[in-house]
Design a protein around this ligand. Structure first.
Ligand SMILES: NC(=O)c1ccc[n+]([C@@H]2O[C@H](COP(=O)([O-])OP(=O)(O)OC[C@H]3O[C@@H](n4cnc5c(N)ncnc54)[C@H](O)[C@@H]3O)[C@@H](O)[C@H]2O)c1
Ligand SMILES: O=C(O)[C@H](O)CO
Length: 317
């Protein structure tokens, strides 16, 4: 019988299937595995279901030569915590959970857009503080999203779901950057480059994968191109944004606000960001619904099942 390790507690439905179908061992901690645990997981298990924060780096694969592990069935669509080339060189396949996460993550992007544009976090804090003195015509005025221009960086599954919600729900104009034009169900303008996109939009939303190719894609230069009234929304990965440059841009009023679900040094969130009223901060909630986390878990288990029965992995990276 193959030894299967799942590196975090899962929903009840996924746990029940993992135990009955795979006799899986489920690690009890909710925190990422230590380096020593990761090396041991490669040496001691045939199949591992890792997730965000489990750092399967090239160095870790080097520390576990000829691993027993044959598959990392990642729980999550983003796999920037796994060095896929090093895994493949070690004979370890990698799969992920695309699609299952799309709608929930797009919903969180819209939540961040609305909360930041309409100052919802600030308003909620005001009410809770007991200091609210009542409605008046110029109280806490925010930005009206309807009819504004949205720039999407990463018009893939989630970026497209965000753009659809923004266009059909809020009448927003959609613009994007991509290597080639995309077929969309809404009118969408392809910008010449990222700076050109940043310069013309009211909201810039990030939905690219993390990793070396997109690290600090949003830097001081891009932030400087944005309008002073514009908002930056990040549901992608924290490292896509140079967080120090973002803090500087917010402090100097170069941009008006930000809505963040992810952080460069997650779960550390700089005190400077936590102190800013114009910033909405969520704890990586993109996929956090019972249904979606179960769908992600089942997808990871489907990849284990395919591997064990010699079928093609449905979601091979
Ligand atoms: N906040 C969350 O909880 C959460 C949840 C799910 C996914 N995510 C993140 O969202 C990412 C996207 O997921 P997806 O399913 O939409 O992936 P996807 O592969 O369908 O879409 C990513 C898109 O980004 C494009 N892209 C890559 N580099 C680019 C660049 N430099 N400039 C412009 N476009 C670029 C790709 O061509 C692709 O179209 C994941 O990799 C993950 O990191 C976050
Ligand atoms: O990439 C994803 O699916 C989410 O960020 C959770 O890992």
């Amino acid at each position: 019988m193959a030894r299967v390790l799942i590196t975090r507690p899962m929903t009840e439905a996924v746990t029940a299937r993992a135990v009955s179908e795979f006799s899986a061992e489920i690690r009890a901690a909710t925190t990422p595995m230590t380096r020593a645990e990761i090396v041991a997981s490669l040496q001691d298990y045939d199949l591992v279901v890792p997730t965000l924060g489990d750092l399967f780096t090239a160095e870790v694969f080097a520390a576990a030569p000829n691993p027993r592990c044959r598959l990392l069935a990642n729980f999550g669509v983003g796999y920037n915590h796994i060095d896929v080339a090093a895994a493949q060189a070690a004979g370890v396949a990698v799969s992920n959970t695309p699609g299952a996460v799309t709608d929930a993550t797009a919903d969180i992007a819209l939540t961040l857009m609305l909360m930041t544009a309409r100052r919802a976090g600030e308003g909620e804090r005001l009410v809770r503080s007991g200091a609210w003195q009542g409605w008046h015509p110029t109280q806490m005025l925010g930005m009206h999203l309807t009819g504004k221009r949205l720039g999407v960086v990463g018009l893939g599954r989630i970026g497209d779901a965000i753009a659809r919600r923004a266009h059909f729900g809020f009448g927003m104009e959609i613009a994007y950057v991509a290597r080639s034009p995309k077929a969309t169900t809404y009118p969408a303008e392809r910008a010449a480059d990222l700076r050109a996109l940043a310069a013309t939009v009211d909201v810039l939303v990030l939905a690219v994968p993390g990793g070396d190719d997109t690290r600090h894609l949003i830097n001081a230069d891009v932030l400087a191109a944005m309008k002073p009234s514009a908002l930056l929304i990040n549901i992608a990965r924290g490292e896509v944004v140079d967080e120090a440059a973002l803090i500087a841009a917010l402090e100097t009023g170069q941009i008006a606000g930000a809505g963040l679900d992810v952080y460069e040094f997650e779960p550390k969130v700089p005190e400077a960001l936590r102190a800013m009223e114009q910033v909405t901060l969520l704890p990586h909630l993109g996929t956090a619904t019972e249904e979606v986390r179960s769908a992600m878990g089942h997808m990871a288990l489907d990849n284990l099942a395919a591997h064990l029965t010699g079928r093609d992995l449905p979601n091979r990276v």
